[in-house]
Design a protein around this ligand. Structure first.
Ligand SMILES: [Zn+2]
Length: 643
């Protein structure tokens, strides 16, 4: 048997800044759909996704949550995997940049590039926010030079940094893109990248000394590798590029097709930094890039910080996974932006799925039962309507393949639904209920119903990559064995006899749009009474009893040497020795103000080290967007229990 062609597809690795929203879900689903399509086509496929877990922001978010950075990213990775499993994403590997298999590769690449002088030591200058301990670019801080995260004034600071020599490879990359016209899609994006290169490339800062949460530079460990050099490497580290016997790498990276799918906001990094890194490392550039647009909300771009993001879970839980997968794939045109609007979602579910597709299946199966006791075969009673329908099926399969091969699932779905409405029209044209009254037309009627179920079988195969659940239900109702669900079997007449189910439960129940809109509005956190956090899951008294809360007195307090937001308190809990507790309260209390406070301490919290200081517990505090107050007691003594 001939060896299958290979197809390696990747999402970007996602930054763990919170729950994954529709934007990340779209990219991940897009790759899942293409992987399923290519697998059906006979490709040997490999699908990689994962998390980009390093950086200053992760470190800070973990501090705020009172967790070690590793515990924090572990939690988000689990939540993310749970969402992909809810969405039935069939990825083959989930890489995390905190894994050893990845770190080793980044460190080796860095040293190699340093040795061959493609990386050199210099100085990075930028707008620095003391509070957030982060550098920002000119564009990020705007005219007033304010921190984009906290709004405080920034100052220009210099820091020692390693740089990757982008400039050296600029011409070579420009040539590569010109010689490979399908390297970047869509074409408009390719032109954007070319003119960016023509504007001149600055060398890229690839290390930082202002935070620890990253991969250490082996030969100069006060530096950690900064963002892109770390993140982009995942596409080959996951394949074991440096393994003694790099089986996956040889097979998939150097295989037949490699596709990186990215949002248009990170195209430049993938179209410029990544190929230059590969050129410098002497690794072949085998991939193609597809940059998709964004889902917008009615009032503009989705933004987590403004509370304006849509999450997939509520839609999946209420309307089923396939309705959601269908809408997400259908509404975003190739390379462009789309609108994610709940009313449009409900209408598409009703019109396309419940009415057109669902009804076609219901009516067809009902008629096969009514007129032929559930069993029909292909007859030699071809009418012009039949010929026309067969031609439409054949043409749809062809166009669908062409569009899917060009990464255009939205258009491919459009073709399938045009076939579905053609098949519905075929019922009106052939009027089976009239044929049924004339015994002389028995064969014509049977052939008509055969044409309907045979079309439905092929429709099921075409919809399978996007709606796997609905397709497999359809195959069950039509009693189609798996060898008639294949890519090759998408030929009219391939399945000659049908014995269908007695009854079909509608695949997509019709929704009351008004009622559902009201429901979605009520359950959307953004639309609720402002600033009230949703309640967490219910717990039992036993869960609460696991917390050991004690009164403590702050006997000393100082600023954390390596973190502006942290105070390091010495707290007497009535134990033999006072404890050291690190808290993110520096913006709200001076060290002096803390001394003497009677506080409540979570005394059985596992100790962690926060930016080099041991923290043996946590102080309770209340907070909102503006203020933070440490909870205080008046007359109790150190060690007294709080229950
Ligand atoms: Zn700031």
């Amino acid at each position: 048997m001939a060896q299958s062609k290979t197809f390696y597809i990747t999402t970007p690795i996602y930054y763990p800044s919170g729950k994954m929203h529709i934007g990340n879900a779209y990219t991940t689903l897009f790759c899942d759909v293409l992987k399923r399509y290519k697998s059906a086509q006979g490709y040997d496929t490999y699908y990689l996704t994962g998390m980009d877990e390093h950086g200053k922001k992760v470190e800070s978010a973990a501090l705020e949550a009172g967790l070690s950075a590793q515990d924090h990213v572990d939690q988000i990775a689990e939540d993310t995997k749970a969402l992909w499993s809810l969405m039935d994403i069939e990825y083959d590997d989930f890489i995390r940049t905190t894994e050893k298999r990845h770190k080793t590769v980044v460190q080796t690449f860095f040293e190699q590039l340093l040795k061959q002088k493609d990386i050199y030591l210099g100085h990075y200058e930028g707008h620095y926010c003391m509070h957030c301990e982060s550098f920002f670019t000119e564009t990020q801080v705007g005219e007033d030079h304010l921190c984009p995260d906290c709004g405080r004034p920034t100052q220009i600071l210099q820091e020692e940094s390693y740089f990757l020599k982008l400039s050296k490879y600029s011409k070579k990359l420009h040539d590569f893109i010109t010689e490979n016209p399908d390297f970047i899609q869509p074409e408009s994006r390719r032109n954007e990248v070319l003119s960016f290169i023509e504007g001149g490339l600055n060398d890229l800062s690839v290390s930082r000394t202002t935070f620890d949460w990253g991969i250490k530079v082996v030969s100069d460990p006060k530096h950690v590798v900064y963002v892109w050099l770390d993140a982009l490497t995942n596409y080959v580290s996951a394949l074991g590029v440096l393994d003694q016997d790099p089986m996956l790498f040889d097979k998939y990276w150097n295989g037949d097709e490699v596709l990186h799918v990215v949002g248009k906001d990170i195209l430049r990094f993938h179209a410029i930094y990544w190929p230059i890194m590969l050129m410098a490392l002497d690794i072949p550039i085998t991939f193609k890039l597809y940059a998709h647009g964004w889902y917008m909300m009615k009032d503009g771009k989705m933004s987590k910080s403004k509370g304006g993001a849509i999450y997939p879970e509520p839609f999946i839980k209420r309307y089923g996974l396939d309705a959601m997968r269908y809408y997400m794939m259908r509404e975003l045109p190739f390379g462009g932006d789309g609108l994610f609007a709940p009313d449009a979602f409900l209408e598409r579910t009703n019109f396309d799925l419940a009415n057109d597709f669902g009804n076609l299946l219901n009516r067809s199966v009902a008629m096969v039962n009514q007129y032929f006791a559930g069993e029909v075969a292909q007859k030699n009673a071809q009418t012009p309507f039949d010929t026309e329908l067969e031609a439409k099926v054949e043409q749809t399969v062809k166009t669908y393949d062409h569009l899917m091969d060009a990464y255009k699932p939205a258009d491919a779905l459009g073709e399938v639904f045009s076939l579905i409405s053609r098949a519905n029209k075929y019922i009106d044209e052939t009027t089976p209920w009239v044929l049924a009254k004339d015994p002389a037309q028995k064969d014509v009627l049977e052939d008509t119903l055969y044409h309907l179920v045979e079309s439905l079988r092929i429709i099921g195969i075409l919809l399978h990559p996007v709606m796997p659940e609905a397709a497999s239900q359809l195959f069950d109702y039509l009693n189609v064995s798996s060898d008639h669900q294949t890519f090759e079997s998408r030929v009219f007449g391939h399945h000659p006899i049908y014995r269908v189910a007695k009854k079909v439960t509608p695949l997509f129940p019709r929704l009351d749009v008004e009622k559902e809109l009201a429901h979605l509005k009520d359950s959307s956190p953004a639309k609720k009474a402002p600033k009230i956090e949703p309640l967490k899951d219910e717990i039992l008294i036993d869960d609460f009893a696991k917390l050991d809360l004690r009164v403590g007195v702050v006997i000393a307090c100082k600023a954390h040497e390596n973190a502006d937001r942290l105070l390091v308190s010495t707290v007497d809990l009535g134990e033999e020795k006072p404890r050291q507790i690190v808290s993110g309260i520096a913006g709200h209390y001076s060290p002096e103000a803390m001394v003497g406070k009677k506080v409540i301490v979570v005394a059985n919290l596992k100790p962690v080290t926060l930016r080099g200081e041991l923290s043996e517990g946590m102080l309770l505090a209340g907070s909102n967007a503006k203020a933070l107050e440490v909870v205080e007691l008046k007359t109790l003594n150190p060690g007294d229990l709080v229950k």
